[in-house]
Design a protein around this ligand. Structure first.
Ligand SMILES: Nc1nc2c(c(=O)[nH]1)N[C@@H](CN(C=O)c1ccc(C(=O)N[C@@H](CCC(=O)O)C(=O)O)cc1)CN2
Length: 297
């Protein structure tokens, strides 16, 4: 048996098409603003991808490229200015930030109404308490990918490996809201394979290349690999990428996301959708009625 490949690009394109159609209904063009500090090559490439996709679907895009030496006070000043600017619909600060800058303080400074990354504590709290929220892009992208391929969530025994604030924890909230029974494990969970072998839906977001081997996967499971690990260089000098799941798992699983080309493109597409959702709300001047609403747990 070889698992069906859950390719990200077609699912991402479907989400982008929805975002384009909704943006076209708005009185004013949604405007995405991205703040980037320094010249980390991966961040440069992710930010330019975000800009490219925003422009492709008819959104405005502005990148604030600041030097690595920017002080926290200067960064907070810029965020304050963009929060107050009614022309800005969505605002994010690309991570990771240079050493010496308190990421928590910076993310807390972004207005929750413009927080298209869904990282602000207000959006985190809304997500867990069942109120409409801007959801974090990677977990919401995972849910959109499953929906695109018609894979069930309700009633599934889901195991998430990885407890980050960006992926594991919010994904648990989103899957619970869709009536999955969720276990949140991590790299230090004892007897991890006992848990992963029970998972009908296994999502791995640890950042450890090939942590999950074929023997750790339940036959017939759906496996979502969120890991993007740089593991040396290819012959052409490009970074070689590996997921958190060993490719041999394809012999056991029923469906598996590739790395690259799986969840990554969904992250960017969901960001574009979040920008449209934030713009809809800001332009209507009222509560975010169509944001992700999580029913009581
Ligand atoms: N402010 C944020 N910072 C970061 C986030 C985020 O959601 N918000 N996530 C990651 C980086 N990221 C988006 O910012 C991101 C990561 C990976 C991909 C992607 O498409 N990956 C490709 C592989 C690309 C490659 O060659 O490196 C794939 O998986 O197919 C998109 C966006 C950290 N920072």
């Amino acid at each position: 048996m070889s698992a069906a490949v859950l390719a990200g690009p077609p699912a991402a394109q479907a989400l982008l098409d929805q975002a384009r159609a909704r943006a076209a209904q708005l009185p004013r063009r949604p405007e995405l603003h991205v703040i980037r500090l320094g010249d980390d090559p991966a961040s440069l490439s992710y930010v330019s991808l975000k800009e490219k996709k925003a422009l492709e679907v008819g959104l405005g895009s502005t990148v604030h490229a600041l030097p690595e030496t920017t002080s926290e006070a200067e960064l907070l000043g810029l965020i304050e200015r963009l929060n107050a600017d009614p022309a800005v619909s969505g605002l994010l600060v690309q991570l990771p930030l240079p050493e010496g800058i308190d990421s928590g303080r910076v993310l807390d400074a972004v207005s929750p109404d413009k927080d298209v990354d869904g990282f602000h504590p207000v959006n985190v709290g809304r997500l867990w308490s069942g109120a409409p929220a801007l959801p974090p892009c990677t977990p919401a992208g995972v849910v959109a990918l499953l929906d695109h391929y018609g894979l069930p969530i309700a009633g599934q025994r889901a195991v998430i490996v990885g407890r980050s604030n960006i992926v594991g924890k919010p994904l648990a909230a989103l899957l619970l809201a869709r009536d999955a029974t969720v276990t949140l494990a991590h790299s230090r969970t004892p007897d991890l394979s006992d848990l992963t072998r029970q998972a009908e839906l296994l999502v791995v977001a640890v950042g450890q290349a090939h942590l999950i081997t074929a023997e750790m996967v339940r036959p017939g499971a759906t496996v979502i690999d969120v890991g993007v690990n740089r593991v040396g260089l290819s012959k052409s000098g490009k970074a070689r990428l590996a997921g958190d799941v060993h490719p041999d798992a394809a012999e056991v699983a029923a469906a598996l996301t590739p790395v690259p080309g799986g969840v990554g493109p969904m992250t960017v597409a969901q960001l574009i959708m979040n920008t449209v959702l934030a713009a809809e709300r800001l332009q209507a001047g009222e509560g975010p009625q169509e944001l992700v609403a999580v029913p009581p747990l």
